[in-house]
Design a binder for this molecule. Sequence first.
Ligand SMILES: Cc1cc2ncn([C@H]3O[C@H](COP(=O)(O)O)[C@@H](O)[C@H]3O)c2cc1C
Ligand SMILES: O=C(O)c1cccnc1
Length: 352
Amino acid sequence: MQTLTDLVASIRPLDKQKMAQAADYIESLAKPAKSLGRLEVMATQLAGMRGLSHLDNLQKEIIVMCADHGVFDEGVAVTPKEVTYIQALNMQKGLTGVCVLAKNSQTSVLPVDIGIDCEPIADMVSLKLARGCGNIARGPAMSRQDAEQLLLASAQLVKKRAEEGVSIFGVGELGIANTTPASAMISVFSDCDPHDVVGIGANLPLERLQHKESIVRKAVHINRPDGNDAVDVLAKVGGYDLVGMTGVILGAGACGLPVVLDGFLSYAAAIAACQIAPEVKNYCIPSHFSAEKGAQRALEHLNLKPYLYLDLRLGEGSGAAIAMSILSAACAMYCHMGLQANSGFSLPGSPT
Ligand SMILES: Cc1cc2ncn([C@H]3O[C@H](COP(=O)(O)O)[C@@H](O)[C@H]3O)c2cc1C
Ligand SMILES: O=C(O)c1cccnc1
């Protein structure tokens, strides 16, 4: 994976033949046809991924990209900036929301310092180029070169973890103020006014929402990102964590492995990833419908239908952690259910 072009080229289409075989096999299980609904669709999708030779004993991991944002200085978040660092330490201790939910679904969590405004953190994977990205209300978040370097480094990390046995990835993030750049990215990609996508993030008081909208508008106006060039959008109005998430999504696709999305921030990253490499969409598994205002618009743009409606708006990968149990359920169905033939009956398929 030397260049972004190589990375994109290594994302292959799903294997249609294997998917057809899997669909036939699922039809032969001891149940009415299609009665396990979207679990069947999910198992069929997974069966088409070249990185999964069978759907048994899958090792699940959520990579949590942690970084700070210069735009924090514009008063777009109520949380103290140090909370990014403090919560990153809590990730290591297993104390965050994503950690407990991931533990509950037998999933590991890998926090990555991709630009927290702090000294190096002992025993934490680091891809850090700088302590926080630029303030997008005054200039670009980072150079295009830095964005490309971080995309490749994040994809490389996924490849390494896949070689070490991880077979299902999830994406998460931590970065106080990051709903501001994510809103900017989504408004550029879906060509809509910031008013339609800017939400309260981590509880910004409603009376400050207009200010946050105006900062997003200013960021887009000053940087003039090209909505048809996702790397330009990431570099100009994104952030290190959002670039890292995009790299994780592309990296999973390049390994032929599924990547479970999380909430609002992951939607922004997934839109960027799908624009860079449209084929990667087949490897994306949506998890939940975020309660952040712009979620609907982002998911419509992605054309993905979430599995869970839980009013989550935490981030970190918390929704991905819960959805890992759904992936395990789809695999359990596929690998362990009895067959109609072995049970002495045969049912007609359901009408399509
Ligand atoms: C304690 C705490 C833990 C979090 N974990 C994730 N987020 C989430 O909220 C932040 C984005 O919201 P905003 O743009 O309004 O700052 C990100 O860190 C995101 O991961 C948290 C936020 C807080 C306060
Ligand atoms: O949807 C999310 O993931 C989200 C929403 C608000 C704040 N942080 C994350």
